[in-house]
Design a protein around this ligand. Structure first.
Ligand SMILES: [Zn+2]
Length: 176
């Protein structure tokens, strides 16, 4: 895997973000720096809306030094291939299921299990249609784990957070 430099969190003007998305420039600074900004500020609903607008899975890793790594697609491997130069453990690994549900898929559980075995990620978030599911990694084992045995027993099973999107029109109605 290529070395991926961290993305600087920066809130670009919404019109510029929308223009870049409409032109398919999903790797542009306008798109990824804005996503990093929303992620590092815990504004995951808006992070999700960008992913939904692009209609691709997005992922973000925040490393131990607050460096942000924003990626598109191939989400299944994100938890397993920490970007070169990143400091572990990652504070949070977030990824999206655009227009899908917020749940841990088999692939996600596999990533969580492998991450758990090496203590790679402290917290995981999956975002679906207006919903968010979180898991926290507990070194000594979770009281209510995703699975009672094996590496998934360190990840907490949390209730889905519903209706996270309060700014649904964030990307709409922007003059281009
Ligand atoms: Zn997933």
């Amino acid at each position: 895997m290529d070395a991926k430099p961290p993305v600087k969190p920066l809130l670009h003007p919404i019109a510029n973000v929308k223009r870049a998305i409409n032109k398919g420039e999903i790797w542009s600074n306008e798109v990824r720096e804005t996503m990093a900004y929303f992620g590092i500020n815990n504004q995951w609903a808006t992070f999700y809306l960008i992913s939904e607008a692009v209609n691709l899975e997005a992922s973000m890793l925040i490393d131990a030094d607050d460096f942000c790594y924003v990626d598109w697609g191939s989400v299944s491997k994100v938890g397993l291939n920490p970007p070169e130069g990143a400091t572990i453990p990652f504070q949070v690994w977030t990824h999206t299921h655009p227009r899908g549900d917020a749940y841990w898929s088999m692939t996600d559980k596999n990533s969580l299990a492998i991450a758990s075995a090496v203590g790679l990620i402290s917290k995981a978030i999956v975002l679906g249609r207006g919903e968010m599911k979180i898991a926290n990694w507990i070194k000594q084992g979770a009281e209510e784990p995703i699975q009672t045995t094996g590496p998934l027993s360190h990840w907490t099973e949390e209730k889905i957070v519903k209706n996270i999107i309060t700014n649904k029109n964030w990307l709409d109605g922007v003059e281009e």
